[in-house]
Design a protein around this ligand. Structure first.
Ligand code: PGA
Length: 253
């Protein structure tokens, strides 16, 4: 039995039409056994949020967005606000994904605003942190993760921090087929928990879920989930097919 309840989150990125999204959710609900110890979150593209919300029939499956702006409304062409996500029934929002940081230029400051805005609407942010390959190679992993975590959580009080989920996603492992070895992920997860204890307290550090993401597949899920500080997964590519996603959610340790 894991110390914390497991969260397996599907990040569909820019994939699936409304029809494909709804078909997936229906199949998943038919095939996935209900388990007390784990929850699922699905983050479809914005265009499929409402349809997926209506297709969800189980209280162990939650809805999330992949990103949002920090303001409730205003002249921000192309953006979607936390208020709008709340309005369509999202419970989670992925914030600071490395693709947002590195392709769309999101800074730690923007990530921090988003984290606070999402919390302010009663949603739970999944705050993503993780180093690039060149940073790992020069021994900067802990510095990068520590900075992203500190900056991302700046001004977030103890009470709100309870609702934050952290995802460690080494950039070199995302979509590359190169997974972090379980011990490499565990080492960073333990470090993150230590930082949470420094920033808040031991109670919070031991209750916050820390997910791993980066080329999670059916054939590496069991060994990753066997690590004590890995409380769940953020899955990209392998969350697009019901078969592989079901196998991942049904991990065995
Ligand atoms: P991947 O993506 O599983 O395709 O590596 C993970 C993510 O970007 O969250």
């Amino acid at each position: 039995m894991k110390a914390r309840k497991t969260l397996i989150a599907a990040n569909w990125k820019m994939h699936k039409t409304v029809e494909e999204a709804v078909t997936f959710v229906k199949d998943l609900q038919e095939r996935l056994p209900f388990r007390e110890d784990r929850n699922v979150m699905i983050a479809p593209p914005f265009t499929a949020l409402i349809a997926v919300r209506s297709a969800i029939r189980r209280n162990d499956i939650w809805l999330g967005a992949q990103n949002c702006h920090w303001e409730d409304k205003g002249p921000f062409t192309g953006e979607v606000s936390p208020l709008m996500l709340y309005d369509v029934g999202c419970q989670f929002a992925i914030i600071g994904h490395s693709e947002r940081r590195h392709i769309f230029g999101e800074t730690d400051e923007m990530v921090n605003r988003k984290v606070k805005a999402v919390l302010g609407k009663g949603l739970r942010p999944i705050l993503c942190v993780g180093e690039k390959l060149e940073e790992r190679e020069v021994g900067e992993t802990f510095n990068v993760v520590s900075r992203q975590l500190k900056e991302g959580l700046k001004g977030v009080g103890r009470k709100e921090a309870d609702r934050v989920v952290i995802a460690y996603e080494p950039v070199w492992a995302i979509g590359t087929g190169r997974t972090a070895k379980p011990y490499q992920a565990q080492e960073v997860h333990a470090f993150i928990r230590g930082m949470l204890s420094e920033l808040y307290d031991n109670g919070l550090a031991s209750s916050v879920q820390v997910l791993y993401g980066g080329s999670v597949k059916p054939d590496n899920v069991d060994e990753l989930m066997a690590e004590p500080d890995i409380d769940g997964l953020l899955v990209g590519g392998a969350s697009l097919e019901v078969d592989s996603f079901c196998r991942i959610v049904s991990y065995r340790v």
